[in-house]
Design a protein around this ligand. Structure first.
Ligand code: MTE
Ligand code: MO
Length: 251
C-alpha cells in the first residue's frame, strides 16, 4: 500500500503541522475517554480508535467548511518566483505517467447537472481563460510555485447547469485516482479547470489534458488527468482521504 510519509512541512519559513501529525497529536492530547465521549465510539482496539479519529476528521471538515471564506484569495506570486523545475508527484513513479490521447478525449459531466453530457477539449479551450501563479503545498513535505491557466471552474459549473446548492463535486481520473471537494471551494474565484502549465498545454506529468487547480487546497485535493466530474449530495471520499487524510484538506 502507498503510505504518504510526511508530516511536517515548511511553508515560507513557518512550520505547519499537517493532518497526519494532527492525528498523532489528537492521539496524544485527548484521553481515550474524552475521545470516546466526543465520538460515541467504544475504544477497545486499534480499529475503533481509527473510527473515532476519522469521525473527528469529519468534524474537522465541518469546521474548515464553516471557516472557509469564499471571497478570500490565496496569495499569488510574480512569475520570477516560479519553481523550476516544478516537482512531479503521484501515487506512482514518473515512469508510470499516463499518456492520454487528445483526439479521443472527452470529459464526462454527470450527477446533479441540467446538461449531462461529454465535453471536448476544444469546447473547454473556447471558454474564457484565466491564468494564475500560486503555491502548491503537498503534505509530503514540499511546496512549489507554478503557473496554471484554464477556465474558471465556477463558470464551467454554471455552463453545465450544475445544482450549485449541492454539497460535493467529485472527480474521477484516468489513472484511477479520485477525489472530491465542497461546493464553496468549487465556486471559489481561484478554482481553475486547468488546461495549461506555464503557458503550454498541460504536460502529461502535470495532468494532461486537464486538472483542477485550487490554491486554497492541499496538493492531494488537486486531481490531474480528470476524466469525469459529478455533482452530488452523497459523500464521495477520495484516494488518500479514504486512507485517513483529512477530506476538506484546506491549505
Ligand atoms: N490523477 C492524479 N492526481 C493527483 C495525484 C495522483 O496520484 N493522480 N496526486 C496528487 C498529489 S498528492 C499531488 S502533491 C499533486 C502533484 O501534482 P504535480 O505533479 O503537478 O506536482 O497531484 C495530486 N493529484
Ligand atoms: Mo501531495
Amino acid at each position: 500500500m502507498n503510505i504518504k510519509s510526511p508530516l511536517r512541512l515548511a511553508v515560507d519559513g513557518e512550520l505547519v503541522l499537517k493532518e497526519a501529525t494532527r492525528r498523532s497529536f489528537l492521539r496524544r492530547s485527548l484521553t481515550l475517554g474524552g475521545l470516546a465521549m466526543l465520538t460515541g465510539c467504544s475504544l477497545v482496539d486499534e480499529a475503533s480508535v481509527d473510527t473515532a479519529l476519522s469521525r473527528i476528521s469529519r468534524i474537522n471538515d465541518d469546521v474548515q467548511g464553516w471557516l472557509f471564506d469564499p471571497n478570500r484569495l490565496a496569495p499569488t506570486y510574480p512569475e520570477s518566483m516560479i519553481t523550476r523545475p516544478f516537482p512531479f508527484n503521484a501515487y506512482y513513479g514518473e515512469d508510470e505517467i499516463r499518456e492520454i490521447e487528445e483526439s479521443s478525449y472527452r470529459l464526462e459531466v454527470t450527477g446533479l447537472v441540467a446538461d449531462c453530457r461529454q465535453w471536448t477539449l476544444r469546447e473547454l479551450r473556447a471558454m474564457p481563460q484565466i491564468e494564475q501563479v500560486t503555491r502548491h503545498i503537498c503534505v509530503e513535505g514540499w511546496s512549489a510555485i507554478g503557473k496554471w491557466g484554464g477556465a474558471s471552474f465556477a463558470s464551467f459549473l454554471r455552463r453545465a447547469g450544475a445544482d450549485l446548492s449541492a454539497k460535493y463535486v467529485g472527480f474521477k481520473c484516468a489513472d484511477d485516482y479520485f477525489t472530491s471537494i465542497d461546493m464553496a471551494t468549487a465556486l471559489h474565484p481561484q478554482t481553475v479547470l486547468a488546461l495549461t502549465y506555464d503557458g503550454q498545454p498541460l504536460p502529461p506529468k502535470y495532468g494532461f489534458p486537464m486538472k483542477l487547480r485550487m490554491p486554497t487546497k492541499l496538493g492531494y485535493k488537486n486531481p490531474k488527468h480528470i476524466q469525469a466530474i459529478f455533482v452530488t449530495n452523497i459523500y464521495p471520499g477520495g484516494y488518500w482521504e479514504d486512507q485517513g487524510y483529512n477530506w476538506f484538506g484546506g491549505s
